[in-house]
Write a protein that binds this ligand. Structure first.
Ligand SMILES: Cc1cc2nc3c(=O)[nH]c(=O)nc-3n(C[C@H](O)[C@H](O)[C@H](O)COP(=O)(O)O)c2cc1C
Length: 223
């Protein structure tokens, strides 16, 4: 009990670890998995086993995961091997992950419409090149003010930038992609302020299920 109180107090010092209420959902922290195209569903049929592993590695109790892009018709295929949802076979392939407890975060996101919950997820043009960051912290303020629901920002954020945007109330939540790919338990790393694994850009879009996706070292913790 005492430990819990101490832990809660520590969390208040890390803005990204402050719980957030998004409609009916009580998020336990503000580190969101950003939407990404995994391009690992060969022939447009969702590849369950590896996807369940991928999402469950990134699931935290009370964390929000935004799922990968889903193609709704054959004419809408923008990238190779993205999962589709226009044939019965494709629909069936989605069911286990949606009802898998370990992929609860994904299920929550898929359910948002049903619960009439809306959020606004914006990607800021913070990256001038792949490595060079520019600050444009003010650019989203009008949007932030105009939007009444949950406001999520993304684009080149690290731990410090994320904490700053939350504490300055420029966003409710911060989503991470590249750092989340290479650091499966990114929230824990931010909480403990541990070093981060470097991401490998070369394997972002390669079709292997393991290499560059589920083989990044997981931080071992006792909690
Ligand atoms: C491999 C990869 C795939 C992505 N796929 C998508 C996508 O399908 N849809 C989307 O809206 N954004 C996609 N993004 C963009 C991310 O959601 C995010 O906005 C972007 O990477 C900036 O955040 P970061 O600096 O934390 O990586 C992708 C990014 C990466 C690295």
């Amino acid at each position: 009990m005492e430990n819990k109180v101490v832990e809660e107090k520590q969390h208040m010092n890390i803005p990204l670890m402050i719980p957030y209420k998004m409609g009916n959902f009580h998020l336990s922290h503000r580190v969101v998995l950003a939407p990404l195209s995994r391009q690992r569903s060969y022939g447009n049929v969702f590849f369950q086993l590896h996807a369940i592993l991928y999402y469950s590695q990134r699931t935290t109790k009370g964390g929000l995961l935004i799922g990968e892009a889903i193609v709704i018709s054959e004419t809408g295929i923008g990238y190779k091997d993205v999962p589709g949802i226009w044939t019965n076979e494709q629909v069936e392939a989605w069911k286990p992950i949606i009802f898998s407890p370990s992929a609860l975060g994904l299920y929550m996101v898929e359910s948002l419409n049903k619960y009439d919950i809306a959020y606004c997820h914006v990607v800021e043009p913070r990256m001038k090149t792949a490595c060079e960051k520019i600050e444009c912290s003010k650019s989203l303020i009008p949007l932030r003010k105009a939007y009444k629901g949950t406001f999520i920002v993304a684009g080149g954020y690290d731990r410090e930038d994320g904490n700053r945007v939350v504490v300055e109330d420029r966003a409710d939540l911060v989503s991470y992609e590249r750092l989340f790919i290479s650091n499966p338990n990114l929230p824990k790393r931010f909480e403990l302020n541990t070093p981060l694994n470097k991401y490998n850009r070369e394997t972002f879009y390669t079709p292997d299920h393991v290499v560059g996706h589920t083989d990044y070292p997981i931080l071992e913790t006792t909690t």
